[in-house]
Design a protein around this ligand. Structure first.
Ligand code: T3D
Length: 269
């Protein structure tokens, strides 16, 4: 299944939805129109989680040589006496809902970072559950260069992923972090050779699309919740999720497959 959009490409194949940001001449930077296309596609992904055939993994990537350069600054030409744009409003109406939607999707979300990921584009990648990046890609908290603070969850994700010192270094110095270093720092899951990026991501996405979807959703939710919980709170949440998953088809199938020494056939139920 493929759908035509102006600013993105969107297709679903074998349980994997692929959303490609598609404004390569502007390094796939976000306009309000691209936000609208992304919003529409994500609503379809959400609806597809319970549809038949189901969507069980989402991949986000970029067309051309970049992943995403954040906000399109042509829409923010505020020099020479122009009226300032209310950035609080664009965060509230566009970026914040996007981040929360992705973090709460009950399926694994993979970022395939094919090239530079800057500003909100870098943090869009970090919202995803697994980040694969091409060796030639880099991550840039570009905000300080234009007098802004990291947004799109940057101030939340960066210290959690790489620690306080590195988070501040990235935010204040706004230097490009090459993909290999990003992997070494624990900012992303894996850096792979450029030619291997999409085949690797496809392989992993299909593996996840054939996996125990409900368990993935709960693992994702528990790990995100853990930041705001005590150990006891996390143990309680694990108990609740385990109780729920213990009654699932995929748990029964997983245990049966183990005992019968065969590969499990998970359905996501
Ligand atoms: O609502 C709100 O505004 C609040 C939310 C803000 C969220 C944000 O994301 S703020 C941060 C915005 N992003 C940036 O500041 C990054 C700006 N871009 C760059 O610093 C560089 O382009 C890169 C480091 C990402 C890549 O550099 P390079 O040398 O590989 O490419 P380039 O030549 O700079 O860019 C190629 C083209 O894309 C170029 O157009 P041209 O000259 O060929 O016609 C460039 O202008 C365009 N482009 C790149 N980034 C943006 C962009 N056009 C508009 N907006 C961009 N963000």
């Amino acid at each position: 299944m493929a759908t035509n959009y102006k600013n993105i490409r969107f297709e679903v194949e074998r349980g994997v939805a692929t959303l490609t940001l598609n404004r390569p001449e502007r390094l796939n930077s976000f306009t309000a129109a691209m936000h609208a296309d992304v919003r529409h596609a994500l609503a379809r992904v959400e609806a597809g989680v319970t549809a038949e055939p189901t969507v069980r993994c989402l991949v986000i990537t970029g067309a051309g040589r970049g992943f995403c350069a954040g906000q399109d600054l042509n829409d923010r030409a505020v020099g020479a006496g122009a009226e300032p744009v209310d950035l609080g409003r664009t965060i509230d109406t566009l970026y914040k809902p996007l981040v929360l939607k992705l973090q709460r999707l009950p399926i694994p979300v993979i970022a395939a970072v094919n090239g530079v990921a800057a500003g909100a584009g870098a943090n869009l990648a970090l919202v995803c559950d697994l980040v694969f990046a091409a060796r030639s890609a880099n991550f840039l908290q570009a905000f300080a260069k234009i007098g802004l603070v990291p947004d799109c969850g940057g101030t939340w994700f960066l210290p959690r992923l790489v620690g306080h010192a590195r988070a501040l270094g990235l935010a204040l110095l706004a230097e490009k972090l090459p993909a290999a270093e990003a992997e070494a720092w624990g900012l992303i899951w894996k850096c792979v050779d450029d030619a291997e990026l999409m085949p690797t991501v496809r392989r992993v996405a299909e593996q996840l699309a054939g996996g125990p979807t409900r368990a993935y959703a709960r693992a994702k939710a528990a790990i995100h919740a853990a930041g705001g919980l005590s150990l006891e709170g996390s143990l309680d949440l694990e108990r609740d999720f385990q109780r729920e998953l213990g009654a699932s088809h995929d748990y029964r199938e997983g245990v049966a497959a183990f005992i019968e020494k065969r590969v499990a056939k998970f359905t996501g139920e």
